[in-house]
Design a protein around this ligand. Sequence first.
Ligand SMILES: [Zn+2]
Length: 544
Amino acid sequence: MRLNLNRPALLACLTLPLWCAPMPLGWAADAVRPNAESLHALPALGDGSELSLSDERRMGDQIARAIYRDPDYLDDPVLDGYLETLWRPLLAAARQRGEVSPELAERFAWTLMIGRDRSVNAFALPGGYFGVHLGLIATVTSADELASVLAHELSHVSQRHIARMITRQGQQLPWVMASMLLGALAASAAKNTDIAQAAIVGGQAVAAQSQLNFSRDMEREADRVGFGVMTDAGFDGQGFATMFDKLQQASRLNDDGSFPYLRSHPLSTERMADMRARTAPAADRDVPVTDSVIGRTKPPATAACQAMMSARAQVLAETQVDRLRALAATLDSGPAPVDPVAALRQRYAATLAAARLREETQVWRGLQQLRSVAPLPDDAARALRWLELELLPDLLASAGLQGPASVRWTQVLESALASDRREDLLLLASALLKVPAPGLRPGAEAQVTQRLQQWTALHPHDASAWQALASLHTARQRPVLAARAEAESRWAQLDKVGALERLRSAQRLSRESHFDHFEQSILDARVREIERQLREDLRDKEKR
Ligand SMILES: [Zn+2]
């Protein structure tokens, strides 16, 4: 796979210091102390000398709010679900090991956000938010490799490295850091405008002064803790070593900017040797490796599912039509690879690429070829169902494919309706907005709407589910319910002002249309609650 970064180099430089960035030399000399005791010299949690949990969370919320609005933020139920499959056991293991205290678990967001970016990168933000670029998901060749990066970043947060750096760098830094990130986002959203340029220039100046970087001690600690977390979570520790190898190989081939993770994590021979020692056979080990506390017997994701998710990330990150064409063309260039995992990866990428190019006949052929790679493990079979759920609605409208596609659609629809997975629910909701009426059996839409209502009641912070509900209500001319669901979606993405605006418009509409009295009182209560919170925020701000 070829990975070339199309983003301006300036932007890459600007965003680096926010992640696990390389150290400017002057600071490095000061930060790196030769022995491990230096870690203990850092402020301990709760000793009053560092950023409090709530301050760090508040800072993270501000940054996350901006990311949710960024056009490069990717809301994809399938990849979200896949990352969650890896993330949940990592977080559980970190809690069980005591790396994440119950308080930290509760106060921080522990939320992953996917960036539509071909570069290989992942990063930790304040307050337990994490960014994962599509390029990373596309590049890894096992779930263990992806888990090794996630576990490393998780450990930067669980060890409070961000809080320690900020404390060290002085009080102005939280705001400097937030403004740098916002500058970076503004630049990515509005490339080549004056605002973006100003943000870049401002951000660079700030970057030069602020030196916000993880020290080598912190990197070592994130490796050590991350390794324990990932192996306890049931992943193969070899993933850490093979990820290192992959990055090292890339660095030899010339780092053209598509591997920012590499620049932020310089591969010192010491770090690599340490990781090799940890993954070596027991007799050669000089570092104790904790036994698995979770005792998982099954890997969280099969190789087949991982291959399909990498293919998905690769195609969703692709911006060039000729490269999409080249991917789609593999459907016609002879038989699929003999290795079923390689075949799945190639056929998945080709089919999704054909869909992005609106080549319906190719899409149908690709789906048929994918179905012929059998038998699939459960998670890969689900991933194939989700691809069909996503792509078949467009084929139902195509003259030549209506017949065969509608037979398959009925089967896929019934399996999705019988499932309780979030991916099925959200993909069903978007399919319903596309499928022509004859493609639906009576009651299907009401069933999906009702299930979304139940889901949002149980998961009120699921912005995508609220948005799906809002779209269904809008399409069926239910403006009050649509405005309410949209408000909740804004709320879940930390946009309190946007939420309030939409709730007030729902209130207005409901009065005008003499809407259900019970719904009206829910709206009134929500408006009061959000107004109260906004007043509190204002008071907090004045205090600071
Ligand atoms: Zn790091």
